[in-house]
Design a protein around this ligand. Structure first.
Ligand code: PLP
Length: 373
């Protein structure tokens, strides 16, 4: 099997599985006052320390959630609720993941003005100049999940904070986390979203980083877990698994980036030689490669590849093959968007796998053409 869909989800690493399993046996509720509760609570706090260290944050700034979708919802609705009573403008990139973009849509339906900045060359300038006295919230992802493009979050948020310190800055860092070195303070973000299953932990676990002193109302009310930021009994096995996966991945980030960079270069040069278009812009993350085989529908290609045990995405996995407005923002014409595949790597992928993938695409060209004749 060749798995090139790591931006959709990654294989859980052995350490994550082991950590989760150990908490199936130690199944206490972290809020319980007896020994089983204490063991669970220690597991949560150890994972919190690891995650905090991985982004150079303080453990008091780390809140576990059910995933980055919840983290994005909490940050965006929370900031709009607390600051947006008087200020009604939100400035965001036009290429956010639906878990952030749809929150902004909903706020737009409820009286907020939402300004969406395309990922153009002068994006930082456009973004910064759109922020004004009426702005309550800025939302900008760090690495786009469909093309791998890095957005100039630090430049934008630094400038915004300098001029408008009370504007809430939120960054979805899911596709950049543990792929490039990240320091929370260098992003100038009040809140940051991370996801476990993109970093070889398990599904259903994420993190919301909230900078010390930043207070946003929670999405969920109840028992007051996670210092009231996220009520609900902590999913200790998932949290422990995230801690274990992050501990493994938070070293050698640069080495892995170089290795995956080599894979991406190989893929890109083989694509160009075969007349396959590269949608990802220059300088994009090597982990996410958007390519298009003009004249062939992505879904048909995807299933052809699947029949050869090669797994990729068409555009973004989260949209279940729905046409992507995000690709258009990156200048990909509609005709190519329909033919787009997302090839997303992890450090375990190999050059041989890429060659097999290209061979399979060549076979697809032959076979799908002859089927059409
Ligand atoms: N943000 C980005 C950039 C993503 O790629 C994803 C998942 O694809 C999410 C948020 C949502 O993450 P989760 O699956 O943890 O809710």
């Amino acid at each position: 099997m060749i798995y090139f869909d790591n931006a959709a989800t990654t294989a859980p690493c052995a350490a994550a599985v082991k950590a989760a399993e150990s908490m199936f046996e130690n199944y206490g509720n972290p809020s319980s006052l007896h020994r089983l509760g204490l063991t669970a609570s220690q597991a949560v706090s150890s994972a919190r320390k690891i995650v905090a260290r991985s982004i150079a944050a303080d453990e008091s700034e780390i809140f576990f959630t059910s995933g980055a979708t919840e983290s994005n919802n909490t940050a965006i609705f929370g900031a709009a609720k607390s600051i947006g009573r008087h200020k009604k403008k939100i400035v965001t990139s036009a290429v956010e993941h639906p878990s952030a973009a749809k929150c902004c849509d909903l706020l737009a339906d409820n009286g907020f003005e939402v300004v969406r900045i395309p990922p153009a060359e002068d994006m930082a300038r456009q973004f910064i100049s759109a922020v004004d006295n009426d702005t309550c919230l800025c939302v900008c992802m760090l690495c786009n999940n469909e093309t791998g493009a890095f957005l100039p979050v630090s430049d934008i948020f630094r400038a915004v904070k300098k001029k408008y310190p009370r504007v809430h800055t939120h960054c979805d860092a899911v596709q950049a986390y543990l792929k490039i070195p990240l320091r929370a303070d260098r992003l100038f973000a009040d809140t940051i979203s991370l996801s476990g299953h993109k970093v070889h932990a398990l599904k259903g676990i994420g993190v919301l980083y909230a900078k010390k002193g930043v207070h946003i109302p929670p999405l969920l009310y109840g028992g007051g877990q996670e210092k009231g930021m996220r009520s609900g009994t902590e999913s200790v096995p998932l949290i422990a698994a995230m801690g274990a996966a992050v501990e493994q991945l938070c070293t050698d980030i640069d080495d892995r980036y170089r290795r995956v960079g080599g894979l991406s270069e190989h893929l890109r040069s083989r694509c160009l030689a075969e007349g396959i278009t590269l949608n990802s812009p220059d300088g994009a993350s090597p982990y996410v490669n958007s390519i298009a085989l003009a004249g062939y529908r992505s879904e048909v290609l995807l299933h052809f590849l699947e029949s050869r045990e090669i797994f990729v995405s068409s555009g973004s996995a989260c949209s279940k093959g729905k046409k992507s407005g995000v690709l258009a923002q990156f200048g990909v014409p509609d005709t190519l968007a329909d033919s787009t595949l997302r090839i997303s790597f992890c450090a375990d992928n190999t050059i041989t796998e890429i060659d097999e993938f290209i061979d399979a695409l060549k076979a697809a060209k032959q076979e799908l053409l002859s089927a059409a004749k």
